[in-house]
Design a protein around this ligand. Structure first.
Ligand code: GDP
Ligand code: MG
Length: 174
């Protein structure tokens, strides 16, 4: 099978670990040590090809030590997560993307932007990020876009498939 490494990045507390665990182990973790970085592997099939996905669930010590270079070694694609109910986490997405490109010395990397915690959006009164805003940012950054809820298991698998298709250059063909 083909081996592909991806990194899950984003501000603290947006649900990076919850999304990763939901994808890999099919359950929702209520709390996870925010500063611990974890590696997971998962087998999947796309088209007729078997893939071994290595997923690096990153964790910064604070909001601004976003991703350390070591975690990015060998990464073929990134999932940048924000929370639909935390505007600061949305506003930092482009900066994170730029920092990753800088660290890797690349001009482009296959990217999916994930707007997580949509299950909380209806109840939130202000500061929510709409789907339209998320889509516009993804378009600007030439990235894919999915809204998700790690809690309700919505959009999680779709996000991974979209990212893998981008990595493999299959996103045009759908
Ligand atoms: P990380 O710091 O980005 O890895 O965030 P975590 O995965 O540790 O999640 C931070 C908090 O948000 C935890 O209390 C999670 O239970 C919660 N959380 C994560 N995803 C969701 C979601 O989709 N919906 C809701 N309601 N809570 C979530
Ligand atoms: Mg985490």
């Amino acid at each position: 099978s083909k081996h592909r490494k991806i990194a899950v990045v984003g501000a603290r507390n947006v649900g990076k670990s919850s999304l990763t665990v939901q994808y890999v182990e099919s359950h929702f973790v209520e709390s996870y040590y925010p500063t611990i970085e974890n590696q997971f592997t998962k087998q999947l099939v796309l088209g007729k090809t078997n893939y071994t996905l290595e997923i690096c669930d990153t964790a910064g010590q604070d909001e601004f030590s976003l991703v350390n270079t070591k975690s990015l070694i060998g990464v073929k694609g990134v999932a940048i997560v924000y929370s639909c109910v935390n505007r600061a986490s949305f506003e930092i997405v482009e900066l994170i993307r730029d920092k990753i490109l800088d660290q890797l010395g690349l001009e482009h990397i296959p990217t999916i932007i994930i707007g997580n915690k949509i299950d909380l959006r209806d109840a939130a009164s202000n500061g929510v990020i709409t789907k339209q805003e998320g889509m516009a940012l993804a378009k600007k950054l030439d990235a894919g876009f999915v809204e998700s809820s790690a809690k309700m298991n919505v959009g999680v698998e779709e996000a991974v498939l979209q990212l893998l298709k981008r990595i493999e250059g299959l996103d045009q063909a759908g």
